[in-house]
Design a protein around this ligand. Structure first.
Ligand SMILES: [Cu+2]
Length: 120
């Protein structure tokens, strides 16, 4: 009798197990794609056009009037950004037209790349 039950249950258990494995895999997969999505969100993909409105070289903060940033769901506005240590700010002047990209550093968006905008 015991034998019979286990034999009858075996396919059900096998199904249950494969089901669990599929679920674990699906969760893992979802988690992974979520992770890459978060990584994607940690850096803007395109350069944003902006104009320097204020330079605070002491705190390495720039106030930039920037165009909309679709990656960040951000409308065009004037706002202050911290600038990564790798980006030089000493040659900048108020009124300079720039293109920049942002990266998330310690939970805050900072300017991680910048170039002067030569397009008209
Ligand atoms: Cu903004």
């Amino acid at each position: 009798m015991h034998q019979f039950i286990s034999r009858a249950l075996a396919p059900a258990i096998a199904l249950l197990l494969s089901c669990t494995i599929t679920t674990v895999w699906a969760n893992h997969h979802e988690h992974e794609s979520h992770g890459s999505h978060a990584a994607h969100a940690a850096q803007t993909n395109s350069m944003t056009k902006g104009e320097i409105r204020r330079i605070d070289s002491g705190t390495r903060k720039l106030t930039i009037r920037h165009e909309a940033i679709p990656d960040l769901d951000m409308a065009a506005m004037t706002m202050a950004f911290r600038v990564a240590d790798t980006v030089p700010v000493d040659k900048l002047k108020v009124g300079d037209k720039i293109r920049f990209s942002l990266g998330k550093v310690e939970g805050k968006w900072v300017v991680v790349a910048m170039e002067t905008d030569t397009s008209p």
